[in-house]
Design a protein around this ligand. Structure first.
Ligand code: GTP
Ligand code: MG
Length: 216
């Protein structure tokens, strides 16, 4: 499915600071293919829609993806950013990730989203899930012979950490110190790590600027 959205610069009615930050970020992604991966409900669609619309969506429904793999193109002043947000069914054991793998291997950039709040609080199920995902990405990266994607680890839902508004750095450090994230950064060719939130326009602006710094 290809959806061509209008350029953010023309369609956005969100906060001016956010639109500016998005346009700066999209410049670094022009003519690139970006894949957004992550477990269910981590904020993949929210991040894409924020970049597309210049403001975070009010609410999002579960993404029901009838076809394997969703693709979108954002056109920015004649340059395209191609997005892939592939979906996999729950309950898989890692072998059944064909759409993730195909998107991963054909991308310039891969953003892996995970719940920063749950990682920071040591949630065992989340740690196991993130570990298994990052192990898969590592195996795919190692098995590739041609150009490889750069991987960015994106922790979302930081607003759910009680002291986030006072101490961004502390939350980032707690996430960075978590074993699977620490190992993942090294194993994924020194993947950058960003932590933030898309809960509102102000937090989304910070998130977008942080992502831009990480990939530029
Ligand atoms: N508090 C908070 N809520 C968020 C954040 N990001 C997304 N959400 C909310 O989390 C829910 C899931 O977000 P989605 O963007 O649909 O997540 P997804 O990864 O696309 O989910 P699926 O496609 O269904 O797997 C939505 O209700 C969002 O509004 C965040 O940073 N903080
Ligand atoms: Mg979704």
């Amino acid at each position: 499915m290809i959806i061509v959205a209008a350029a953010v610069a023309f369609s956005a009615v969100g906060a001016a600071g956010l639109v500016l930050a998005i346009n700066r970020l999209l410049r670094f992604l022009a003519n690139k293919k970006l894949t957004i991966l992550g477990a269910q409900r981590v904020g993949k669609t929210t991040l894409f829609q924020t970049l597309r619309d210049g403001k975070p969506p009010k609410r999002s429904k579960y993404t029901v993806d009838p076809e394997p793999g969703m693709e979108f193109t954002l056109r920015l002043k004649g340059k395209d950013v191609r997005f892939a947000i592939p979906k996999d069914m729950p309950g898989h054991d890692g072998v059944a990730f064909p759409t993730w793998r195909a998107a991963f291997e054909s991308s310039d950039q891969v953003w892996y989203l995970f719940r920063a709040d749950l990682i920071a609080s040591g949630d065992v199920a989340t740690i196991q899930l993130v570990t298994s995902h990052l192990t898969l990405l590592k195996v795919w990266l190692k098995s590739m012979s041609g150009p490889k994607p750069s991987v960015l680890l994106v922790g979302t839902f930081a607003d759910q950490v009680s002291d986030y508004s006072h101490s961004h750095e502390d939350v980032l450090k707690r996430v960075a110190d978590c074993a699977p994230i620490k190992a993942g950064q090294v194993q994924l060719n020194n993947a950058e790590l960003v932590v933030g939130s898309l809960a509102n326009a102000r937090m989304a602006t910070t998130m977008v600027k942080t992502i831009e710094r990480a990939i530029s």
